[in-house]
Design a protein around this ligand. Sequence first.
Ligand SMILES: Nc1ncnc2c1ncn2[C@@H]1O[C@H](COP(=O)(O)OP(=O)(O)OP(=O)(O)O)[C@@H](O)[C@H]1O
Ligand SMILES: [Mg+2]
Length: 686
Amino acid sequence: VKRIFGGSLRRKLLSVMLFTTLAGLVVALSTMIVFDLRDYRQGWIDDINAHAELLARTTAPALAFDDVRVANENLAVLRFRPKVRDAVIYNARGLPFATYAAEGRSTNVPALPGPDGTATDGRSLWVFKRIVDGGQILGTVYVRADYDLYDRMRSHAAVALLVVAIAMLVAWAVSSWLRQIVMRPIVAISDAARMVVEKRDYSRRVDMHGDDELGTLVGAFNGMMDEVQGRTHALEASNHDKILEVEERRRAQQEVMRLNEELEERVRGRTAELALATAAAEDANRAKSEFLSNMSHELRTPLNAIIGFGQLLAAADTRTLEPQRSREFVSYIVNAGRHLLTLINDILNLAQIEAGKLTLSVEPVALSDVLEGCRVMVEAQADKRDIRLLFPMSVDAIVDADRTRLKQVLLNLVSNAIKYNRQSGTVVLDCTRTEPTRLRISVQDTGHGMQPEQLRSLFQPFNRLGQEHGGQEGTGIGLVLTKHLVELMGGSLGVNSTPGVGSLFWVELHAQPPADAPPTETRAEPGANSVTDARGGAADGRGAALVLYIEDNPASRQLVSSALATRRDVRLITASNGKEGLDLARVALPDVILMDNNMPLLTGGEAQALLKADPRTAHIPVIAITANAMPAGIAKGLAAGFFRYLTKPVDLDELMGALDSALAHAGVSSPAQPSSAGDDSTSGST
Ligand SMILES: Nc1ncnc2c1ncn2[C@@H]1O[C@H](COP(=O)(O)OP(=O)(O)OP(=O)(O)O)[C@@H](O)[C@H]1O
Ligand SMILES: [Mg+2]
């Protein structure tokens, strides 16, 4: 059933039509045939009974009179009924009395009469009828006729088939016509719908056909398509807007994410910086604590020597103590004192630098002199460890630097190179120009070098990178000071080191171009060259230079007196307080004045101010010799116009150097004094 009624709508329609037609025909035809066959059968039964009755009546007298002829004549009438095949009349005893057989037909009559009634075998129909007259049975009539029930059924069936065939043909024709008018619009709608589904083409419309239900359907479909198209357009427009919006949001989100990442990156950076800063601060703190304990140790060690040997000397019996022994004790005390002084100076320098109060006087300096000075100072130290010093033969460079500080820088680098070298190693100092106005001084050693992590802490104050327990003296300030000083002179300091091979420290400074060197060199050497020029003239013209020392402490006066007593070119006069000194200066007009600061009546600073204010004494260079070693005091003194500012305990070499400079400044000669340690602690020039 499914196969028959399935498939397309057309097929369904056709199947339904044909099936309906077929069903109608079968019902109608079979009813007709059944009724017809029943009528046919009944008609035959009635007909044959009527014949039998008629024969019984007409034959009754013949039987009564035993007239066979009449009986046969009566039977012969049957020849007008071709369907009757044969007939028999039996007498009362049941024997055939008269017989009839249709012409040309074989007869097969029953020998005895059967009971009254009709019977059939499908091909023939027969009847037995008793012949009764006056209540007496005279005999029996038997009539048999052809009964063509099957033929009739066959012919009916043929007709029915023909009718069915024609009806089906008509139904098929009608259905295709129906299809034409009913299906076309539906197919068009279905095509349009398929296009919509497959190609999203909402512009398809179906042609209108009439105003029946299909027309309405088509109209409704077209209307629906209008609606769908309209809505689709609206939807697409809104979709487009949505896509733009989504895109916009996506971009905004990306931007937010980017900003977020940037922020995170910055936070990470800041956190790292903070961590570094914290670590650095902690390191510095640790280093400072270590320094304090170091410092305490460093200070106590020389003090221990000073006090110990001092006590020994004080307690010793001068008569029994050998002079050589007492000289030895004194030399211990002096060395320890010097060491203490260096230490204190270093710390003061560092404090000054860190406070931003250290002022340098940067001027053109002949490098060769500074190098020579350094070499002389470290030679002994190098010899002790059998270290070879290789310095350049001749250097004619002029660098812009503070002479004293440059020396301090190079001394620290070279002394490090010696201290941290191996026994019998080598130190090479070299000068090269990296640019026409840039000079690099490098100090290379063959020592144990430094590990990368040591290099990272190299410039931390007081950090001795594990050398605290090594054999070399030091405080771990040298390189820090050195770096600061180089930078203050407008230069830079760098280091390369290979563990086990050695280190190379270099300093780069601004240098005068080679062609400009000679004229600036003379300017750079007031303490050496100009003095040499002036020496002869001054000595010849004026004899010994006059030096006034104003000092209230007799011991100090005695010390300077003893020291200057060795110099022929200087004559010393002294005053014991500021007031007296001022008066003496105005009268004697010395070439140079040495001035203590802390004095009764008039302090050194006040006296100096008054000297400056007086036109007669204003030109005289005044060298301060004071116990105020604080950076602020020194800076103040230099600012007030002191020529030099020496701090107590005064280093005699330094004093001589300062005096020479002052004499040269005043235009007075002096025999050249070794000025190697001359300007170590403080310096300033007018
Ligand atoms: N040329 C070098 N070779 C190997 N290590 C060095 C060298 N120069 C410096 N160092 C290391 O760096 C540390 C710091 O040097 P720095 O000059 O600042 O201090 P110091 O020599 O220990 O003491 P000072 O303050 O007396 O100079 C030294 O203790 C040493 O461990
Ligand atoms: Mg050092």
